[in-house]
Design a protein around this ligand. Structure first.
Ligand code: CAA
Length: 290
């Protein structure tokens, strides 16, 4: 608990009333965040926008950047007033993948012993909904980060690719698995085996992204979606995310059983009562996330 308090204090979250500003930075000032910026957006500050900020290296995912990303995600996850997150990149890339210069000297024993990249799954384990706002190149680990998000919005300049094969290796953070589930086997194989990149419109057509918009509108549109999600009951959005994600892990009967249990469980929440009362009384619901 003390550690949580320290992180909140260091990140500036403690003194920030979430309703006070529609775009308030709450972690960027922290000296511990050099490569990641976080700001609160949305009418009630209910959206945490996490931006990868190492533009001179096209947001290459160094160990330091990924460690900061993990800390930023932990903080947003803990902050009760954050209902949804947006992940984006500064500059012309979303992220150009793992930092090749940093990892070029690695050998198998180090990778194996340290379980290299194991911490990258932190994003996939975030329980609050995450919208990717892919502003440019999403290559290698960058594409894999986008695939870990719940919804992908792309700018017209976005490109998605798994170019690891050109480096004599293969995707190492879920690309071979999540990409197949997103776009199907043939296109995933084409991308992984030949490094062919998808344009934003191809990604939309293939189901990797659900919206393409002009670069200038991307962040606002992603924030608008995240804000709309954050207005709902956090308990319900977390349950819904868990249920949808189960579709990738378990068979149909088991997935439907889990869904039914979560649906039943929602009847134990005040928010479910409030939502149905509000409908019957023809008014807006006031969710308390209880
Ligand atoms: N790692 C380290 N540095 C990178 C990088 C990366 N993945 N991608 C770009 N950079 C650096 C470049 O080295 C360059 O730095 P300097 O100015 O110091 O030379 C800077 O970012 C700008 O890049 P370029 O000059 O290369 O820009 P460009 O427009 O000519 O090319 C690019 C852009 C096609 C994306 C090219 O940079 C590139 O091919 N990058 C590597 C992409 C890649 O292979 N990604 C996969 C990495 S492996 C991986 O991610 C494994 C995994 O599954 C987790």
């Amino acid at each position: 608990m003390a550690a949580v308090r320290m992180l909140v204090l260091r990140s500036g979250l403690a003194g920030l009333r979430p309703w006070a500003a529609s775009s308030a930075r709450f972690m960027s000032s922290s000296p511990s965040f050099q490569f990641v910026e976080v700001e609160r957006r949305g009418a009630e500050g209910s959206v945490a926008v996490v931006a990868l900020n190492r533009p001179t290296a096209l947001n290459a995912l160094s160990e330091a950047l990924m460690s900061e990303l993990g800390q930023a995600l932990d903080a947003a996850e803990r902050e009760a007033s954050v209902g949804a997150l947006v992940l984006t990149g500064r500059g012309r890339a979303f992220a150009a993948g793992a930092d090749i210069k940093e990892m070029r000297g690695r050998r198998f024993p180090d990778c194996y012993r340290e379980d290299f990249l194991a911490n990258w799954d932190r994003l996939a384990r975030v329980r609050k909904p995450v919208v990717a706002a892919v502003n440019g190149l999403a290559l290698g680990g960058g594409c894999e980060l986008a695939l870990m998000c719940d919804v992908v919005y792309a700018s017209e300049e976005a490109q998605f690719g798994q170019p690891e094969i050109l480096l004599g290796t293969l995707p190492g953070s879920g690309g071979t698995q999540r990409l197949v589930r997103a776009v199907g086997k043939s296109l995933a194989m084409e991308m992984v085996l030949s490094a062919r990149r998808l344009s934003a419109h191809e990604a939309l057509q293939a189901g990797l992204a659900s919206r393409v918009c002009p670069q200038a509108e991307l962040l606002d549109q992603a924030v608008a979606l995240a804000e709309r999600i954050a207005r709902c009951s956090q308990v319900a959005t977390t349950m819904a995310k868990e249920a949808v994600n189960a579709a990738f892990e378990v068979g149909l009967a088991e997935g439907c059983r889990l869904e039914k249990r979560l649906f039943h469980a929602s009847f134990a929440t005040r928010d479910r009562q409030e939502g149905m009362d509000a409908f019957a009384e023809k008014r807006e619901p006031r969710f308390t996330h209880q």
